[in-house]
Design a protein around this ligand. Structure first.
Ligand code: PEP
Ligand code: MN
Length: 358
């Protein structure tokens, strides 16, 4: 649509697309609204759309991913969180931090306090964990989600947590601000479609052997169902390297940014699997142009029930944020001031045990 197209004009075009037997996807951007059209088999006949008031141009997207493609929507997607000034994909970097898994209220609140103080706008943590072994800790389930909701109320951070299947997604979407789809589920197409029917933004992790095209097609599954708020996340891929758990593929960031308008963040924790590599790769991720970071932090990593080896101590996360702020300023990005996302004070957290010494 043209930059100043009215809402009525957008609606009229959507109705026309429906009347032609296709599905319209109005995706607002900073400058103008793009309306994706899906459901056509083969070439699309514009059927008079071009002449409608407010229409800028009709473009055929040749890529297999349509709505995800920058051809369909040239402006970057900026995801907003009602009631806050937090964004993902804008000038501000989005920092998501917290433990791999929610293990207890005390663990979550102690870690949350630390990452909030260091400047994270999002608190991450799994209530449902996709574990390699069925005998490993599987997460606290809904009790974990309740603890996360308490973290949001107390600190104002938005909550990111994983849904491992359609059943857990029903619960996760009630509590979370962002629904995480894990690497192992990147091609779980029924889960992607279910996430696409949710109103909550989706953080989609790259599968451990997924090509860029497969990654973007997974995002297309979510968008094709009407959820246009997708955050991509690079978390490392499998290679022959044995000095790290995975190989963090930072080159995917500019590759994705060329092909898609969706924001992309980097997870250097799963991407390296080793605590000492998380801060250097965080710096590199910001330097390469990522829209943010997802970092595992635990107040007692040696006691973590999952991913302790790659979890930062709170003081290390604090230092990471200091370094990230410096790199951000070089690449023209900003990290919001600490506490700028805090809602009205909700009382002290004095009863929460302070983080154990390293
Ligand atoms: C996680 O974020 O803790 C996780 C399980 O990530 P991934 O799906 O990338 O392995
Ligand atoms: Mn983890």
């Amino acid at each position: 649509m043209k930059a100043h197209a009215t809402e009525e004009q957008v609606c009229a075009v959507c109705e026309k697309i429906e009347a032609l037997g296709f599905r319209p996807h109005p995706i607002p951007g900073a400058q103008r609204t793009a309306i994706g059209i899906t459901g056509n088999q083969g070439a699309f006949e514009p059927g008079g759309l071009e002449e409608m008031p407010g229409v800028g141009e009709v473009i055929q997207v040749s890529k297999p991913y349509k709505l995800v493609s920058r051809d369909a929507k040239p402006d970057n997607t900026v995801i907003r969180f009602p009631g806050t000034n937090i964004t993902v994909g804008g000038k501000d970097l989005a920092v998501m931090a917290g433990p791999c898994a929610i293990e207890s209220r005390e663990q979550a609140l102690t870690t949350a306090e630390a990452v909030h103080r260091a400047g994270a706008q999002f608190f991450r943590g799994g209530a449902y964990k996709p574990r390699t072994s069925p005998y490993s800790f599987q997460g606290l389930g809904e009790d974990g989600l309740k603890i996360m909701a308490e973290v949001r109320d107390r600190f104002g951070m938005r909550i990111v947590t994983e849904a491992v299947d359609n059943e857990s997604l029903d619960l996760v979407e009630q509590y979370a601000d962002v629904i995480q789809i894990g690497a192992r589920n990147m091609q779980n197409f029924s889960l992607l479609k279910r996430a696409g029917r949710s109103k909550k933004p989706v953080l989609l992790k790259r599968g451990m052997s997924a090509t860029v095209e497969e990654f973007l097609m997974a995002a297309e599954y979510v968008m094709s169902e009407g959820n246009y708020n997708v955050i991509l996340c690079e978390r490392g891929v499998r290679t022959f390297a044995d000095h790290t758990r995975n190989t963090l593929d930072l080159s995917v960031v500019p590759a994705v940014q060329r092909l898609s308008h969706l924001p992309i963040v980097v997870d250097p924790s799963h991407g390296t699997g080793k605590r000492n590599k998380v801060t250097p790769l965080s710096r590199a991720a910001i330097a390469v142009g990522a829209d943010g970071l997802m970092v595992e932090v635990h107040h007692q990593p040696d006691r973590a029930l999952s991913d302790g080896m790659q979890s930062l101590y709170p003081e290390q996360f604090d230092e990471l944020m200091t370094q990230v702020r410096q790199i951000a300023s070089v690449v023209g990005r900003t990290v919001p001031a600490i506490g700028s996302h805090v809602p009205a004070a909700k009382g002290s957290v004095a009863h929460v045990a302070s983080p154990a010494a390293r």
